[in-house]
Ligand binder design. Structure first.
Ligand code: SF4
Ligand code: SF4
Length: 502
């Protein structure tokens, strides 16, 4: 797999993840583009930094501390044990000590001490407390946008301190005073008005679905339908919009349709809610998260479906599995026989187990497959009705459709998985350097199985992971085709009724 590399300097792949010597300030200049006034205002935030922003930011911190007990606890209980320091992929990749989770939290904790603790108010020097200043806010903006909210650090923290939640709070505070991140806020503007992150209108979506239908028919000789806005269909499928146009996402989406076709289940996509992704979580803003999620509930209601099945998207699965119920529930108009929501992997595995679809595993015999656990699925949700289902169900699907499956190193899978480096709203070009460096740990563990076992496919169930890895793994010398959707493998192996040659 060694090979061509371009200008971004990447670490040599050895299969080992080494803890680097620190390089203070190495990524202090990484700064994502600021949102324009119209992006902020569309979400109900001030367009630009408000005049009294320092006071307003501290007030907002007080508001969040009183609202979220967890945040208050996280501010108070860190004992600086250091267990989290070498657990963040961004620290490992960038060597910047401010990317150590404890140091990232400390950016907020210092300000917290100054305004919300007696010690910090009376003796800020002794208490290591700091006023909110222009420099502090600059550091917040830069380093809280170097956290993908992956929660790996919290797995190793003896107190379970969740840096992702601290990052979300910091971003919420910044947005509340008019300091927004362009990538996230612009996208959220589109999904809350048009219905998907791309701003893709109904006509374009219809064309895409027709194109997929033609493609499948040409390749397999079977008329598989990819319906749009079909009132009364059994299932509403909510996919990340990348599934409609990117590769290998669209190959996975093709697979969903083949599964429904073979199962004889009627389904539909909605043009009103054609997005599973929910960046409201990335900016820590519940109102926005709710607004995005509500469109899905409304679409399901209006289309009179019996159930909702969701596609391959990591953070969106977290929002759906962990938050939908309290955010937009109840779903009492759906058929209570089915879990709401159901993941497409659960649906497919159930069919495979019940012989509801026919599989020819040899169709994937040219592949030696490994599986990348996506952080929000692994550490912030479950799947199915047993503990660890979020790890086992996608693996069982893969093993049911492929003969050759290999695990990566045990320290880098399941709850210990490494982030792809592009999660948490960081999948933007101006952060490419950070994204490449943050992908280093996964590149190392992938290299190990490529060299040792001949792995040529890394499957996953997250739209962001797919987009990120397709872009950054080539910088480490991997072929971008190594990245695959789990349902792409299903699509290859499923035996379609009437398929040419069957
Ligand atoms: S949540 Fe993930 S990205 Fe953020 S500090 Fe922890 S390990 Fe790093
Ligand atoms: S592991 Fe937890 S308690 Fe220890 S330094 Fe990190 S955040 Fe603090």
């Amino acid at each position: 797999m060694a090979g061509k590399k371009d200008k971004i300097k990447t670490e040599k792949l050895t299969g080992e993840i080494r803890i680097p010597a620190i390089e203070p300030g190495a990524t202090a200049h990484y700064k994502p583009n600021l949102a324009k006034p119209e992006h902020n205002e569309a979400l109900g935030f001030p367009g630009e930094r408000v005049k009294n922003w320092k006071v307003a930011a501290v007030d907002k911190m007080g508001d969040l501390l009183s609202k979220y007990r967890s945040l208050q606890v996280y501010m108070d209980i860190c004992v600086k044990c250091g267990a989290c320091t070498d657990k963040c992929h961004y620290y490992l990749g960038t060597k910047d000590p401010k990317n150590m989770p404890v140091a990232r939290q400390e950016l907020m904790r210092k300000v917290y001490r100054k305004y919300f603790t007696i010690g910090g108010k009376l003796a800020p020097g002794l208490a290591n407390a700091e006023e909110m200043t222009e420099d502090v806010m600059d550091e917040w903006y830069n380093y809280f946008h170097q956290c993908s909210q992956c929660r790996r650090c919290s797995v190793f923290c003896p107190y379970g301190i969740d840096t992702a939640e601290v990052t979300m709070a910091a971003r919420e505070i910044m947005n509340s005073v008019g300091i927004g991140h362009k990538y996230c806020n612009e996208i959220l503007g589109k999904v809350t008005t048009v219905g998907n992150n791309l701003g893709m209108e109904k006509a374009a979506l219809k064309n895409t679905l027709e194109f997929v239908e033609e493609d499948v028919e040409e390749e397999d000789g079977v008329a598989v339908k990819y319906p749009l806005d079909e009132v009364g269909a059994d299932v509403l499928v909510i996919a990340p919009s990348a599934d409609f146009f990117s590769s290998p996402h669209i190959e996975g989406f093709t697979g969903y349709g083949k599964v429904f076709h073979e199962a004889g289940v009627s389904w539909t996509v909605s043009s009103y809610a054609s997005e599973f992704a929910n960046f409201g979580m990335f900016i820590g803003n519940y109102d926005t998260m709710k607004k995005v999620a509500q469109r899905i509930k409304d679409a399901a209601h209006d289309l009179k479906v019996k159930r909702i099945i969701v596609g391959e998207c990591g953070h969106a699965w977290r929002v759906a599995y962990s938050f939908w119920n309290t955010l937009i529930g109840p779903f009492d108009f759906l058929d209570p026989k089915y879990r709401a929501p159901t993941h497409i992997c659960e649906f497919t595995l159930d069919l495979i187990k019940r012989d509801g679809i026919k599989i020819d595993k040899s169709a994937n015999d040219d592949r030696i497959v490994t599986f990348h656990d996506s952080c929000n699925v692994a550490r912030a949700s479950r799947m199915g009705d047993m503990p660890g289902g979020q790890f086992d169900i996608p693996r069982e699907v893969i093993k049911s459709v492929c003969n050759n499956f290999v695990e990566m190193h045990e320290d880098a899978i399941r709850e210990f998985t490494y982030c792809c480096g592009g999660g948490g709203g960081l999948l933007t070009d101006e952060l490419m350097d950070l994204r490449v460096k943050g992908a280093m740990p996964r590149a190392q563990t992938l290299h190990e199985v490529v060299e040792r076992d001949g792995v040529n496919t890394m499957a996953m169930i997250c739209a962001i992971c797919k987009a990120q890895f397709s872009k950054v793994l080539p910088k480490y010398g991997f072929d971008m085709e190594i990245v695959a959707s789990v349902h792409q493998l299903v699509a290859n192996a499923i035996v379609l009724h009437g398929k040419i040659g069957v």
